[in-house]
Design a protein around this ligand. Structure first.
Ligand SMILES: [Zn+2]
Ligand SMILES: [Zn+2]
Length: 452
């Protein structure tokens, strides 16, 4: 099991050959509508690890496995094939031929289910291809059974009953691995070769035992179920038994396909589950956030800074992105960028009706840049009013002093300097109060001229 480099509890889904690291879906970059994924750190195209580490184990999704054939086309196929072979079963020759054909169709379809599931498609494939080539598979299977039986007879003759019994047990235990090999390679003898059987068993490991147990349970329940329901009424019992066994056959092949899907890495390939849901596309801000999170963990603060600026250029109205950038600048103590951003940030906050936060932001910035003074007159006046209400007059003086050099809004200047005058008075700075008065008279004259 491999985990994301940046999320130690998330299973890895992508691999960067350049950085030699595994990451999860979140820690990647994608183009707006693209399927390719890129490394957040170096920008290289990532290699998919498929669902190698995210696939749910087969023994935990048994209810989904049993629901797999429950679609109208698959159930129709199962019932029609069962009915044909059931009805014709008691007719000589015709029954045998019908049985062979329906078994061929179902076998072909079941192998298709195995292949499709192995490649990550969790819904049953279409039926169109089920009707050709099935008989060949059946004959291959019959050939193999004859070969095994002959081997068994030979072994019994030369090696005795004990060893033959043991070999027989191995053959039975090999069936799941054989079916997987055959579905993937289409070669009968090679699929039964011990090294190829062991490759599958080795990849699955101990859960192979669970698999065998499940298969035995399913095959033994077929007879039992139909016996319980329809014992005595042979014709209907035949059809029902056939429906159940055909149903289980599709389930078993889907299960085997899923085993391949789950152990894909050990079997040497990567497949991604296709659930049929529309892909979820992330917005530019979400993608940037993911990349920022990676770059922060990599300690590349310069790149983080640039990425924040670039993203904010296009998504300046995103309040939390603004907040996050400010927190980042505070945390990294980047004076230059902080000086540039703080002004914009405070005006933005004011216009978004969050003036209560201005004082906190102002103080935070001043803890890094001691002589910081916002350039926006509105921000300064709002802050000054806040300080005045707490009786912090030196702060009022500090904020409003010199505002006339930058502000062209006369009404705002009148209000601001009236407040400054109050502060100076409270501080007992009489000479400054007088010059403030004179300035206010001039200002008010301008205001009335402006309004005529
Ligand atoms: Zn990389
Ligand atoms: Zn991650």
């Amino acid at each position: 099991m491999k985990y994301c480099k940046y999320h130690p509890t998330e299973a890895a889904t992508w691999y960067c050959t350049h950085c030699d690291c595994q990451v999860c879906d979140t820690c990647t970059q994608e183009s707006e509508r693209g399927d390719d994924r890129y490394c957040c750190k170096c920008g290289a195209t990532l290699e998919s690890l498929g669902s190698a580490y995210t696939a749910e184990p087969f023994w935990e999704r048994l209810s989904e496995t049993f629901r797999y054939p429950l679609t109208v086309p698959v159930m129709t196929l199962i019932i029609i094939l069962s009915a044909i072979s059931g009805v014709l079963f008691f007719m000589p020759i015709v029954g045998a031929v019908a049985g062979l054909i329906s078994a061929g169709i179902l076998t072909k379809y079941s192998f298709q289910c195995l292949e499709e599931t192995a490649s990550g498609n969790m819904s049953p494939p279409g039926l169109s291809e089920a009707f050709s080539g099935g008989i060949i598979i059946i004959f291959k299977m019959i050939g193999l059974i004859i070969l095994i039986t002959a081997g068994g007879v030979g072994s019994y003759h030369y090696l005795g009953a004990g060893i033959t019994g043991l070999l027989g047990a191995f053959v039975v235990l090999s069936i799941p691995a054989f079916l997987i090999n055959f579905a993937l390679t289409d070669r009968v003898l090679a699929s039964f070769a011990p090294q190829n059987i062991l490759r599958i068993v080795g990849a699955v490991g101990l859960p192979y035992g669970i698999l065998i147990g499940l298969l035995l349970l399913m095959s033994s329940s077929v007879g039992l179920l139909s016996y319980m329901v329809f014992s005595g009424f042979e014709w209907a019992s035949m059809i029902l038994q056939s429906v159940i066994s055909n149903f289980y056959m599709v389930v078993i092949f889907h299960l085997l396909g899923y085993v391949v899907f789950q152990y894909q890495e050990k079997l040497g390939f990567y497949a991604r589950a296709q659930t049929g849901d529309a892909p979820v596309y992330r917005s530019e801000v979400e993608r940037s956030r993911a990349k920022i999170s990676v770059l922060v963990k990599e300690g590349d603060y310069e790149a983080v800074n640039r990425l924040y600026q670039k993203t904010l250029d296009r998504n300046g109205q995103d309040m939390s992105l603004n907040d996050e950038y400010f927190e980042f600048l505070m945390a990294t103590g980047n004076k230059e960028s902080l000086l540039e951003f703080a002004d914009e940030y405070m005006s933005y906050k004011l216009h978004k009706g969050q003036q209560v936060q201005l004082k906190r932001i102002y103080n935070q910035v001043r803890s890094v840049i001691t002589d910081f003074k916002p350039t926006g007159s509105e921000v300064r006046f709002t802050l000054a009013k806040d300080y005045a209400s707490f009786g912090d007059y030196p702060a009022v003086v500090r904020l409003i002093n010199g505002m006339h050099q930058e502000c062209s809004d006369n009404q705002l200047l009148v209000d601001a300097y009236t407040l400054l005058r109050e502060a100076l008075e409270a501080l007992g700075r009489d000479s400054m109060v007088r010059s403030c008065d004179q300035y206010l008279i001039r200002l008010k004259r301008n205001v009335s001229v402006g309004s005529i």
